[in-house]
Design a binder for this molecule. Structure first.
Ligand code: S3P
Length: 174
C-alpha cells in the first residue's frame, strides 16, 4: 500500500499549539512507525523540563540543545519516523537546512484563536508566559511564517479539520 511505501521521515513544523503532537500521534497510528518530539529529546538530554531550561539556563541554551538534538536526528541510517518539532526550531538557518533534508516537511497552520485556546489549557510554554500572549503569537507568526514556508513541502491549514483528515491529507501528498 502507499502507506507502507512512504519513503521518508515526516517532519511536522509550525507554531506552538498548531497540532504537531496530536497529528504526529495519529500518523504514528496509521503508519506504524514511531513518533519523536524534539522538545521531549531536549528534556531527556538536559534532565530538565522545557520551562526549567528556559528559567535556569535561558533561551540561548535551549536553542543550543535544540540544534544538538536535530543534528543527532539527522545522522544517516536511522529508521523512518514522524518527527514533531518545537515551534522555534526554524529560527536558525542551519536547522532549516537539516530539517528540509530530514524528510517530508509539513507546516501545520491554525488560527491565532485556536492556538491561544490550546496553549492556554495545557503544557508549559515559557515564551507565552507574558502579559499579552495573543500579541506574542501574532509576532511569532509574522517572524516565522517565511521560515516555515522556506522549508515546507506541504502547507496545511488545519482549521475545521479532524485530526484524522489532517493525517490522511499528509499521507496522500507525501
Ligand atoms: C517554542 C515552542 C515549544 C518549545 C519551546 C519554544 C517556540 O514547542 O520548543 O517552548 O519557540 O515556539 P511546541 O511548538 O511544541 O510548543
Amino acid at each position: 500500500s502507499p502507506i507502507e511505501d512512504l519513503p521518508k521521515n515526516i517532519v511536522l513544523v509550525g507554531l506552538m499549539g498548531c497540532g504537531k503532537t496530536t497529528v504526529g500521534r495519529k500518523l504514528q497510528g496509521l503508519l506504524g512507525y514511531p513518533m519523536i518530539d524534539t522538545d521531549h529529546l531536549i528534556e531527556e538530554k538536559a534532565r530538565l523540563s522545557i520551562s526549567e531550561i528556559f528559567a535556569r539556563r535561558g533561551e540561548t541554551a535551549f536553542r543550543e540543545l535544540e540544534s544538538a538534538v536535530l543534528n543527532e536526528l539527522s545522522a544517516p541510517g536511522t529508521p523512518r519516523r514522524i518527527i514533531a518539532t518545537g515551534g522555534g526550531i526554524v529560527g536558525r538557518k542551519a536547522n532549516r537546512k537539516l530539517l528540509s533534508r530530514l524528510g517530508y516537511v509539513v507546516w501545520l497552520q491554525a488560527p491565532v484563536d485556536v492556538i491561544l485556546q490550546r496553549t492556554g489549557r495545557n503544557r508549559d510554554r515559557p515564551l507565552l508566559q507574558t502579559e499579552n500572549p495573543r500579541e506574542k503569537i501574532e509576532k511569532l507568526l509574522v517572524e516565522r511564517s517565511p521560515l516555515y514556508h522556506e522549508i515546507a513541502d506541504l502547507e496545511l491549514e488545519t482549521s475545521g479539520l479532524e485530526t484524522e483528515e489532517i493525517a490522511c491529507g499528509i499521507l496522500e501528498s507525501a
